[in-house]
Design a protein. Structure first.
Length: 180
């Protein structure tokens, strides 16, 4: 084989090797991206399981809503379908959460989210300035958190924003003065 032919074969071989490495790197990156996309889903599934343990109802067949209001916030939890036993469970759960929050106890959200929930420590410290009220809804209940204290309101809004994002839930940011 001539020297020029040997150089050509070497160059072609190097090109094939580089292309193979590039393809392998792209496949590895694609696998890593797929794993990264699945990771939040497995984290979300774990959150949903902990939520079911804490709340007593299937999180995938229940609807959360987290609303920021001018005077604080509102958490809504309802069943997606009629189920009188689970509706009663939701109402009991939100009343228990009301009592815990009034005591400054935010351990249930901390358990569900496996971390301290933003705003919770200020809500606990300023609990004397926050009023909690549960109201029944057709398929569950809602928890109102109201205050005239600006620090407590800011903490409630942080709490609501975090909950809405972590639960992948809906909600509204209504900063107008709520009806009395």
């Amino acid at each position: 084989m001539s020297a020029s032919r040997c150089v050509t074969v070497t160059i072609v071989a190097a090109g094939v090797l580089a292309a193979t490495r590039t393809a392998a790197a792209q496949q590895a990156q694609s696998r890593d991206s797929a794993r990264a996309l699945r990771a939040p889903d497995s984290a979300f599934a774990a959150l949903q399981r902990r939520g079911q343990l804490a709340m007593g109802v299937d999180q995938y067949t229940s609807v959360h809503r987290f609303d920021k209001r001018a005077d604080g916030g509102r958490v809504e939890l309802q069943r997606a379908r009629d189920d009188s036993a689970e509706i009663a469970t939701i109402r009991t759960h939100l009343r228990a959460i009301q009592a815990a929050f009034e005591r400054g106890d935010f351990s249930t959200p901390a358990f569900v989210h496996m971390r301290d929930v933003p705003g919770a420590s200020v809500m606990a410290a300023r609990r004397a300035w926050i009023r909690y009220e549960v109201r029944d809804l057709p398929r569950g209940a809602e928890l109102f958190m109201t205050t005239t204290d600006s620090l407590a309101r800011r903490a409630i809004h942080e709490f609501i924003d975090f909950q809405r994002g972590d639960h992948r839930a809906g909600g509204a940011d209504d900063h107008r003065h709520p009806p009395q």
